[in-house]
Design a protein around this ligand. Sequence first.
Ligand code: 13P
Ligand code: SF4
Length: 349
Amino acid sequence: MVTRADIPLTPAINVPVTAQIEGAVPHYRGAGRERIVEQIKCELREQDAVLVAHYYTDTHLQKIAEETGGLVSDSLDMARFGNTHPASTLIVAGVRFMGETAKILNPEKRVLMPTLEAECSLDLGCPIKDFVHFCDTHPGRTVVVYANTSAEVKARADWVVTSGIALKVVRHLHDRGEKIIWAPDRHLGRYVQKMTGADILLWQAECIVHSEFRAQALERLIERYPEAAILVHPESPESVIDLADIVGSTTRLIDAVRELPNKKFIVATDNGIFYKMRQAAPDKQLIEAPTFGEGATCQSCAHCPWMAMNGLHNVLHVLQTGENEIHVEESVRVEALKSTQKMLEFAQQ
Ligand code: 13P
Ligand code: SF4
């Protein structure tokens, strides 16, 4: 299982990569920022490109995507969008599996990512060789994998799901009497198991961001803000999910801020989402749920270090150079397409 401790250290200066990333992503201000934003917008037009950004990425990237007809959303919508938009180049600001999913679905398009270093601990925690062995050891089970996996793992699966559709798919399979292998997120898998009653064999990886949310500290915060609604992404530990008013995908949590009558919300997911939550309900107060790093000098608490690698500078760079193109080996892509396509078709029903 990949944990925060597994994030590589720079031998020379021995600083966690999370801290380096923050230092490495230039922060533009004032006229400098306006200039680079305009350059990116101009390149998007000239390159027939569209920007698809996850909610956890830099606010300025989210703004550019919105202002140029791109998309800011969760991983399910990101997958759907590339499929329907006419642009010949997709710039995917997020983590590697998101770029790969875009390529799996759109082989004729050029898919570029601001960085190829942006991983995900769930993807890293589910190496293809071990996963194939696990599946082969338990034949007869339907293999359901979270979108946060490599193209190879998707190719071995029967179904791909995102947090936005996991419950619906597993309920459907359970109703058909199917037994399931679930990978890689153990917390989401356990939550799905509990909610559907399905017979699920769980892989044991976790998200290094959401696994840090802490129930005891959250209880103390709830005592301070008893009127707040508690919003939790299902990659969080069971004890945190148990305290939630709403458990759901990133899009579901944003909708909750807009729709619920509460004026205060305690939010247990990556804080990059606050940009869209504020847009959805500017008059409401958003409070970060406490993490393991509470009171400590943790540089990346409640913020994914890999999502943070996406910045204005590297979006412009890939637009100008065409670097960081995503390629998926064709035989893998064709198999991964089957399990991914099933999810998209099911989502339409
Ligand atoms: P969503 O599909 O809810 O956007 O989740 C993706 C993710 O990586 C959350 O950590
Ligand atoms: Fe992966 Fe967690 Fe980052 Fe989402 S927040 S991309 S699950 S490491």
